[in-house]
Design a protein around this ligand. Structure first.
Ligand SMILES: [Fe+2]
Ligand SMILES: [Fe+2]
Length: 274
């Protein structure tokens, strides 16, 4: 690893449409950004809920180094043994003690340098788990003894909680990357003390949907205010993510660039024109 490390972070993969899109487009993105580390959020990879061995092995085969998850990982009973046994998969650190899985993990490069991937989860409009801000402080004490290159996946619903975490961690980690809402935000930036930041990296999955859920089901749920069985959306599959370049001698980020492929805005205009 030289002084510059190119990282690809891919947002929440939703079901088979998201997996297919990843298989098709991830290799080109790795090549385009010369990515040396690929991190993917897989909390929705198995039909919207959690991960099974199938998605895990497919993602690792594609060149993924670390998989992050989130609240939906617990919806799938097949995911728990995977969390318990695989050190390349993390779940939010601030779930109460007694739950399986790691909240952070390390990737070691050939030259012995290490990078840490830490996942935290917000509490606003979500489960009332332990404080993510204090969990971050606690974890960083241990992590910073090993490496200053740290990527945080902050899995949270409220934009305010996310940017608050950005300010809390600015200068102490290399990047704070938001996941969970499935809508990419237009605020990718380097914060004043050198941490790359985006409120949400967006969804890899079917955009002909409501954040991955079949449109008709989502509308029934919202209009009639009662539960309807989850069904995956399909069509208009896209991959969303960011490329972050880290100066590994300082742990600070030099660049963050967000993307959705195929390009979302361009495609919408093309639909109007046709
Ligand atoms: Fe998600
Ligand atoms: Fe989530």
């Amino acid at each position: 690893m030289n002084n510059k490390l190119s990282v690809l972070f891919i947002g929440d993969i939703v079901g088979e449409p998201g997996m297919n899109c990843t298989k098709l487009l991830l290799p080109g993105l790795i090549e385009k950004y010369h990515a040396e580390l690929v991190i993917i959020n897989g909390e929705n990879a198995d039909k919207g809920k959690g991960l099974t061995e199938k998605e895990v092995s497919e993602l690792f085969e594609l060149g993924t180094h670390i998989i992050t998850t989130g609240n939906h990982i617990w919806d799938n009973w097949k995911s728990k043994p995977i969390l318990a046994s695989n050190q390349r998969i993390v779940r939010p650190l601030n779930y109460p003690p007694g739950n399986v899985g790691l909240g952070y993990t390390y990737h070691t490069f050939d030259d012995g340098n290490q990078i840490c991937v830490l996942q935290l989860q917000g509490r606003t409009f979500m489960q009332t788990i332990d404080c993510p801000f204090r969990a971050a402080d606690f974890a960083l004490k241990a992590i910073q003894e090993k490496t200053k290159n740290i990527i945080v996946d902050f899995h949270a619903d409220a934009t305010a909680e996310k940017i608050a975490m950005g300010w809390h961690l600015d200068g102490r980690v290399s990047a704070i990357i938001g996941t969970h809402t499935h809508i990419q935000t237009a605020d990718a930036c380097i914060l004043p003390n050198g941490s790359a930041y985006i409120t949400d990296v967006g969804m890899t999955g079917p955009y002909n949907s409501v954040v991955g859920l079949k449109k008709e089901i989502a509308l029934k749920r919202l209009i009639q205010q009662i539960p309807y069985k989850y069904e995956m959306g399909d069509g208009d599959e896209r991959i969303a993510g960011v490329n972050v370049v880290i100066d590994t001698s300082t742990g600070q980020s030099l660049k963050i660039e967000s993307f959705i492929q195929p390009d979302y805005v361009k495609s919408v205009f093309e639909q109007f024109e046709s």
